[in-house]
Design a protein around this ligand. Sequence first.
Ligand code: PLP
Length: 381
Amino acid sequence: MAFSDRSGHTAGDAGSVESWLISAGRDRRPGSPLNVQPCPASNFVLGDHRAYARDDGTPGWEALEEITGGLEGGASVAFASGMAGIAAIFDQLPTGSVVALPDDCYQGVAALAQAGQGRGRWTVCRVGVADTAGWIEMCAVADLIWIESPSNPLLAVADLVSICAAPRKPGAILGVDNTFATPLNQRPLSLGADMSVQSVTKFIGGHSDLLGGVVTVRDPNHFAALRHARELLGATPGTLEMFLAVRGARTLAVRLERAQNNAMTLAQRLARHSGVTLTRYPGLPSHPTHEIARSQLKGFGTIISFDVRGNAADAEAVCAGLQLIQHATSLGAVESTLERRAGIPGQEHLPPTLLRLSVGIEAVEDLWADLDRALRDGTAV
Ligand SMILES: *Cc1c(COP(=O)(O)O)cnc(C)c1O
């Protein structure tokens, strides 16, 4: 679309997303550095298009916005974090709005929605991720239809094609948290969603060394409103973070491919392990929404949630027994991380022995050896 990037290029022009990830967001004027530099400046000499960084951005934000805009097929607005972008979307809602929220989603979004409801700003209706009829019903009445697919941490896949095609209340926003899929596995805007959100902190950054977010939209009015919200809420990304995010984005395709292959192997083996009672991974035929995942996602992602045999203490023992896999929160990085989600405030409703594993790019046999040993030691099987 015409307003999606500075250069007029799109991901399609580069031939493939892999090439776009490498080529987009560069200054091609002779003598320019190949990579956009960090630009530690709050203000600029007046007379050109940049006066103050909170309003007008820095070259680093724009480079990331060009990259993600091309990937998602829209115009991107970079934020200080994924939550900053999501909060800016919620901030658009008129008082008295209805928000449709998945029953399984990122806990920060659930807390944000809960807090706004508590202050009388909106009413929240929770819908099962896989309850397509429920979503279609909500599309007719909700002002914000918020979908996360695959969902965190149960990895349920929503039927985005059917939900996006359903008639919506005039003025309603359908937003998709696309963090777990990444724009390489799923492009919600092409299915008819209004907004797609990435926590850049996760896969795009990919190295657990920054916080960032990006919202990509199709409608120029949404684009203007989100830029305005970023300015007024001060939800601006840091210049070093955007430099790191662009650097991370360059390798997204190879990291994702490798980690996804690792995840499939580990999920298949975990599903057969005597120390595991349930393995959730959209790529397993046993997964409740595997068929939708197969038809809708290019790849099944790198996150696996599995239940350890025994109790919460056994599951904690597995976490403590790992040597290669990091006992840490978050996901989408080069290193594998694992944690017991029910141990986190606000997540007590989850199965007490559920471990969420974000699979990284280590050698898969080393990962398996680490998991297998920790499971045997932790669950005494
Ligand atoms: C991490 C995450 C967020 C929030 O992103 P931050 O960058 O931590 O603010 C939102 N949604 C999902 C699915 C996430 O994993």
